[in-house]
Design a protein around this ligand. Structure first.
Ligand code: HEM
Length: 422
C-alpha cells in the first residue's frame, strides 16, 4: 500500500488513520516536493520525543544547518520579515537561551493566574451576546474572539484600543509556515503592520514612563545578568505571542468542544464533576491536537533513523498528533478519557521550545469549557460532524465553523458558578 497523503481536506477531516499507518509501516517517512525540499514526518511517540529534545542535530534556525559558505550566500532578510520571524520559536541556543530566560522572568504563572477573574468576565460577556438565541457558531461567537481579548488584556492594551488591536491581530494571525505566502501577505498588510508597530512604540513609551501590572511593563523591566530586551526583540516577542497564542487557543476550544459534543457521556461527566477540569484540559489537548505538527526543524548533521538517512538541511516535521495517539505510550489512545493519568502528551512540545504560553492556554481551556457547559445547557452539534470543514493549514488543526444548538429557556439563568476562581 502506498504511503497516505498528509494534506488536503480529506486528510484534515481525520488524520489519525494515516498517522497510525505511518507509525506502523514508515516511522521515518519522507516526502520531496517539486522544489527538491525533503521533509521527514516523524510519528512514533519515542522518536518525536527524541527529536524535540535533540537541539544539536535538529535546529530551528535553518541557517544553523548550512555550511559557512552557504550561510554567507544567504540574502539579507527584509526588516519587516525579520521582525515577524526572528523570535524564540525560530532560534537555537545560545540566542534562544538568552531571550527565553529574559521572557520567562516576565511571563510567569502567577501573572497568568492573576488574569483568571478578568478572563471569566470576558467569557461571560461573549456568551451574554448569544443569550436569547438557541444556536450559534461557537468559533465565531466564542473560540475566535476569546483568546484575542485575553492577549490584549495580558499585554495591557487599554479597553478603548481593543477594537483596533483586534483588527491588527486578525491581520497578522494567519498561516506563516510558508515563506512565500508570508511575504505576499506581509506586503499586503504592510500599512497595517506599520500602524501596529507605531502603536506598540506609543504604548511602550507610556509603560516605560509609568509601569503597570501588565506583560509589556514586565517585558520592559525584565533584566537578567545585566541583559535586557532590545526594542526590536520586544516587538518580535509581542507579535509572536499574538500569532502563536491565538490560533492555538481557538483550536483548543473548537476541537475540544467538538470532542465533547461527539462524546456526550464525557460532556456529562465534566458538567457533573468540575474538579476534573485540569485533567480534562490535558486530555482534550492530547485527543484533539490544536497543534497537529510542531513547526519545522532542520537536520544539522546526518541522522540515521529506522534505517533511513536524514541528510543535512532536510526539514523535519514532528507529528504531535500522531505521537499523542501512539498505543505504545497511551492505552486506548483513540478513546477520550477525561481523567487519564498519567498523560504525558506532546501537545505543548518538549525540550527548550516547550510552550511558553502553556499556563495561559490551560487556564483559557478551563474557563472556556467550564463556562460554555454552564451557560449553554443541552449543548449539541447543529450539523452532522462529517459536514464540518477543517482548515488545511500545514501544522495547525482547527475548524472553520462549529455550529451548535442548546436549550435556550435556561440560557443565562444558571447563576451558580461552575468554576471557582478564588
Ligand atoms: C492550546 C494552546 C497551545 C498549544 C497546543 C501550544 C503548543 C505549542 C507547541 C507545540 C510549541 C512548541 C513548538 C516547537 O517545539 O517547535 C509551543 C511553543 C510556544 N508557544 Fe504555545 N501553544 C498554545 C498556546 C500558547 C499561548 C496561549 C501562548 C502565548 C500567549 C503560546 C506561546 C508560545 C511560545 C512563545 C512558544 C515558543 C517557545 C520557544 O520557542 O521557546 N502558546 N506552543
Amino acid at each position: 500500500m502506498p504511503a497516505p497523503v498528509l494534506f488536503g481536506p480529506a486528510f484534515k477531516a481525520n488524520p489519525y488513520p494515516a498517522y497510525a499507518w505511518l507509525r506502523e509501516h514508515a516511522p521515518a517517512h519522507s516526502h520531496t516536493n517539486r522544489h527538491g525540499v525533503t521533509t521527514w514526518y516523524i510519528t512514533r511517540y519515542a522518536d518525536c520525543l527524541n527529536v524535540l529534545r535533540d537541539h544539536r542535530r535538529f535546529v530551528k534556525d535553518y541557517r544553523n544547518a548550512l555550511s559557512a559558505e552557504e550561510r554567507a550566500a544567504q540574502p539579507e532578510m527584509p526588516p519587516l520579515l525579520r521582525l515577524i520571524s526572528h523570535h524564540i520559536l525560530n532560534m537555537d541556543a545560545p540566542d534562544h537561551t538568552r531571550l527565553r530566560t529574559l521572557v520567562n522572568d516576565a511571563f510567569t504563572v502567577s501573572m497568568v493566574e492573576r488574569l483568571a477573574p478578568r478572563m471569566q468576565v470576558i467569557a461571560d460577556e461573549l456568551l451574554d451576546r448569544v443569550a436569547g438565541q438557541d444556536q450559534a457558531d461557537l468559533i465565531e461567537s466564542f473560540a475566535f474572539p476569546f483568546p484575542i481579548i485575553v492577549i490584549a488584556e495580558l499585554l495591557g492594551v487599554p479597553p478603548a484600543d481593543r477594537e483596533r488591536f483586534r483588527r491588527w491581530s486578525s491581520a497578522i494571525v494567519a498561516p506563516t509556515a510558508d515563506i512565500t505566502r508570508t511575504l505576499r501577505k506581509l506586503e499586503k498588510s504592510r500599512p497595517v503592520m506599520e500602524d501596529f508597530i507605531a502603536y506598540l512604540e506609543t504604548i511602550c513609551a507610556a509603560r516605560r514612563a509609568q509601569p503597570r501590572d501588565d506583560l509589556i511593563s514586565s517585558l520592559l523591566a525584565v533584566e537578567a545578568a545585566g541583559d535586557r530586551l532590545s526594542e526590536e526583540e520586544l516587538f518580535s516577542m509581542v507579535l509572536l505571542l499574538i500569532v502563536v497564542g491565538h490560533e492555538t487557543s481557538v483550536n483548543l476550544i473548537g476541537n475540544g468542544m467538538l470532542a465533547l459534543l461527539e462524546n456526550p457521556a464525557a460532556q456529562e461527566q465534566l458538567r457533573d464533576d468540575p474538579a476534573i477540569l485540569p485533567l480534562a484540559v490535558e486530555e482534550l489537548i492530547r485527543f484533539a491536537n490544536p497543534v497537529e505538527r510542531a513547526p519545522m526543524r532542520f537536520v544539522a548533521e546526518p541522522v540515521t533513523l529506522h534505517g533511513r538517512t536524514l541528510a543535512r538541511g532536510d526539514s523535519v516535521s514532528v507529528a504531535l498528533a500522531a505521537a499523542n495517539r501512539d498505543p505504545a505510550q497511551f492505552s486506548h489512545p483513540d478513546r477520550l478519557d477525561l481523567t487519564r493519568e498519567p498523560n504525558r502528551h506532546l501537545g505543548f512540545g518538549m525540550g527548550i521550545h516547550y510552550c511558553l504560553g502553556a499556563p495561559l492556554a490551560r487556564l483559557e481551556g478551563r474557563i472556556a469549557f467550564a463556562t460554555l457547559l454552564r451557560r449553554l445547557p443541552g449543548l449539541r452539534l447543529a450539523a452532522p460532524a462529517e459536514s464540518l470543514r477543517w482548515h488545511t493549514h500545514p501544522i495547525m488543526r482547527g475548524l472553520h465553523h462549529l455550529p451548535v444548538q442548546w436549550d435556550s429557556a435556561e440560557n443565562g439563568m444558571e447563576s451558580r458558578p461552575f468554576l471557582s476562581l478564588d
